[in-house]
Design a protein around this ligand. Structure first.
Ligand code: NAD
Length: 469
């Protein structure tokens, strides 16, 4: 952490006049400052990206892939420094932070390997008709704080693989590791291809209206996603929006509760519940509901919660103060509505934003914990009688990111899975995304898909050429 944190514009480090503090969520204290980019910095970054784009779009696929692989390798070479920074600013345990660096690098390499497609379609009056996927130009990448490196890099990777240049804005809660990635990109890739700017929400707004940005790739909350889409309409920027979720896991009465509980727990509580596709509601069939809730509570009591740098810690704090307050308010509402707390139940009596992993029963729809995205370590277990009812309740939400069904009977599980309104459905599992599979949401969980060939194509325009001899 010795070197100062700088913006990276056109391959060069650049200071800003303003700065803002970055808080360690394990202590609640600021530990570093990040440069606060101005509109003038954004103009410079967009101009640098545009210049880099004009060369990068001419680079053939093999050379693009090689450059992206070199970028991924350069990130892997700095795993320890990046992971330590990530644990400090985000709060996740060091082992999880190392994994995040590895996954971020893998997303770059995995995306580079995709084939965007296109080519000959059919004969037309002028001869052969061909479809080209054409890069858009400059992509503005706006990222959230829960998995800053993975999520920023998956958007960057798709933009670069499709032939674009990028301006990346990390969350103001977690800007630092991303700024370091900007420095690594400046060494590994042509100057200006990846520009990194830290700043507040206003910087995000400027990006969504900037005439030099052709597309906004956004991962964050549904509320902000709507603002991005409205604001991008003025210049008809393309948008891809990967937004919030309220994933239901439906657990049928023929499961082995002891085997399912630890897996379900991990899917709900990894990263302290701060994952878009975490299990956020469990619907358990009546015969096993009590046993499952008890087994999940036992898992919750076993968790080692602490500062991510402490050895053997399973979970870290909630990432920031507003989210900590929100999760506690949701828990308060659950109590007020008669929710029974089987494990956990509140904040730890120590500095930092620690909330004990909490299992709540006795709630129904109408409670905030059921209806909203809690994005924290508190999980409701809801009973149901027949599959029909579970499907209806799982689908009765404006979200539609992921969902799962757990059963010992494949046919029963598939019959439920086919009726779930979600962009990803897992059978006997929940969570996980890879660069080769499209990921995204139905309804207010997003617009478009990220990753997979479908995701890659959303970073390109389609040009149909008639007479393409
Ligand atoms: P957020 O919406 O508060 O912020 C995301 C980013 O948007 C930040 O960089 C922020 O500075 C910026 N921003 C804020 N206001 C803006 C505006 N008006 N215009 C442009 N940019 C603006 O989200 P968050 O709290 O950082 O992240 C948590 C949310 O992200 C959760 O809802 C989670 O489910 C979602 N998420 C979704 C996915 C997915 O793939 N679907 C993945 C991870 C997280």
């Amino acid at each position: 952490m010795s070197a100062p944190f700088l913006l990276t514009i056109g391959g060069e480090g650049m200071a800003a006049d303003g700065a803002f503090p970055v808080i360690d969520p394990a202590t609640g204290e600021p530990f570093a400052t990040a440069p606060d980019a101005s509109e003038a910095h954004l103009d410079l970054a967009v101009a640098a990206a545009r210049a880099a784009f004009l060369s990068w779009r001419q680079v053939d696929t093999a050379a693009r892939r090689a450059a992206m692989r070199a970028f991924a390798d350069a990130i892997r070479a700095e795993t320890e420094a990046l992971a330590a920074l990530l644990t400090r600013e985000q709060g996740k345990p060091l082992t999880a932070a190392r994994r995040e660096v590895a996954v971020a690098a893998d997303r770059i390499e995995g995306t580079a390997a995709l084939d965007i497609g296109g080519g000959y379609l059919r004969e037309g009056p002028q001869g052969p008709v061909r479809l080209d996927y054409v890069p858009m130009g400059v992509v503005g990448v706006i990222a959230p704080w829960n998995a800053p490196l993975i999520l920023a890099m998956q958007m960057v990777a798709q933009a670069l693989a499709a032939g674009n240049a990028v301006v990346v804005k990390p969350s103001p809660f977690t800007p630092l590791a991303t700024l370091r990635l900007g420095e690594i990109a400046a060494r590994a890739l042509p100057a200006g291809l990846v520009n990194t700017l830290s700043g507040g929400d206003a910087l995000g707004r400027w990006m969504t209206t900037h005439p030099g940005i052709d597309k906004i790739a956004f991962i964050g909350s549904t509320a902000t996603g709507k603002k991005v889409m409205a604001s991008a309409a003025a210049t008809l920027k393309r948008v891809s929006l990967e937004l919030g979720g309220n994933d239901a896991a439906i657990v049928l009465d023929d499961v082995d509760v002891a085997a399912v509980a630890p897996r379900l727990f991990a899917s709900a509580f990894a990263n302290s519940g701060q994952i878009c596709m975490a299990v956020k509601r469990v619907y358990a069939q009546a015969a096993i509901a009590d046993a499952l809730a008890e087994a999940l509570a036992a898992e919750a009591r076993r968790v080692r919660l602490g500062n991510g740098f402490e050895p053997d810690v399973d979970l870290g704090p909630v990432q920031n103060r507003p989210q900590f307050d929100k999760v506690l308010a949701i828990l308060q509402d659950a109590r007020a509505r008669g929710g029974r707390i089987l494990a956990g139940g509140g904040a730890l009596d120590r500095p930092g934003y620690f909330i004990a992993p909490t299992i709540v029963t006795g709630l129904t729809e109408g409670a905030r914990l059921v209806d909203e995205e809690q994005f924290g370590p508190v999980l409701p277990i809801l009973g149901f009688d027949i599959e029909e009812e579970a499907v209806a309740r799982a689908n009765a939400t404006r979200f539609g990111l992921g969902a799962s069904v757990w059963s010992g009977d494949q046919a029963r599980a598939e019959a439920v899975a086919r009726r779930l309104e979600a962009g990803t459905v897992w059978i006997n599992g929940h969570g996980g995304a890879t660069p080769d599979l499209p990921f995204g949401g139905f309804k207010e969980s997003g617009i478009g898909r990220g990753m997979g060939v479908a995701g890659l194509r959303s970073y390109a325009e389609i040009r149909v050429v008639h007479g393409a001899h």
